[in-house]
Design a protein around this ligand. Sequence first.
Ligand SMILES: O=P(O)(O)OC[C@H]1O[C@H](O)[C@H](O)[C@@H](O)[C@@H]1O
Length: 282
Amino acid sequence: MTPSIEAIEFHGIAALRLNGPKGSVAIISKLGAQVLSWKTPDGRERLFLSERAVFDGSVAIRGGIPVCFPQFANTGDLPKHGFVRNREWTVNAERCGDDYALVTLELADDEATRALWPHSFLAELTLMLEADRIDIELSITNTGGAPFAFTGALHSYLRVTQVEDAAIEGLYGYDYRDAVNGDAERRETGTELVVESEVDRVYFDVKRPQLLKAGNLSLGIQSQGFPDVVVWNPWVERCAELKDMPVDGWRHMLCVEAAAVREPVQLPAGEEWYGRQTLVAV
Ligand SMILES: O=P(O)(O)OC[C@H]1O[C@H](O)[C@H](O)[C@@H](O)[C@@H]1O
């Protein structure tokens, strides 16, 4: 079957379903331009989506790949993770070839965004689905007359069978800020990161790809444009505080995020920046 794209409803909200090569499938919602599902040709779901996620736009959808912009987490005065993850985006391109399906959604500033953040911007999120990989690219254009700075992330919730059995390779030797230990800065000394308690780290200026070793859900992870890598798992107690997570949700997810956190991106008037995360089933 040749790849195709269809408009669907997913948990009651408008979304696009990309039917990719070899039976791969991805779903992206217009709310937040958030990838909510990615299935590889083996039929396995690769993203975690909370069964208690809320889809009414009142809070961000818990799971998939939320877009954080123009602020990562609570690093400034804006709402946590910025304001684009629970806004309605519009579709501006759909394209299919023999071996891919691609959509681009966009969001521009309006009165409500300028009330929070006084800048003109155009954000475009492109999802490309191939047989065994997805590429998620965020581009930001400064459409105003003055420079601005931002932080942000593609906040990917990767599905794992049991997080205790998973490991991330590729972070050895990088410095990180550890939110679980009072934002202490440390250097990674392990060749593998194994999650055995709450983890909330920003690894700085990561130049190598990562490998998520998770049995038949293993993934190669690469980013461009985003210098930092965030690794997050709330573990038991913090998960219990999240209303939109099931009690055992922490066990089935691991966020490995392509992020720009330590050094805000400086974007002169009229210029465009882009960052990308690629996930490859291995
Ligand atoms: O609950 P949210 O607002 O979606 O944030 C979820 C998480 O996102 C990031 O990974 C941060 O590093 C965490 O500190 C935060 O808890």
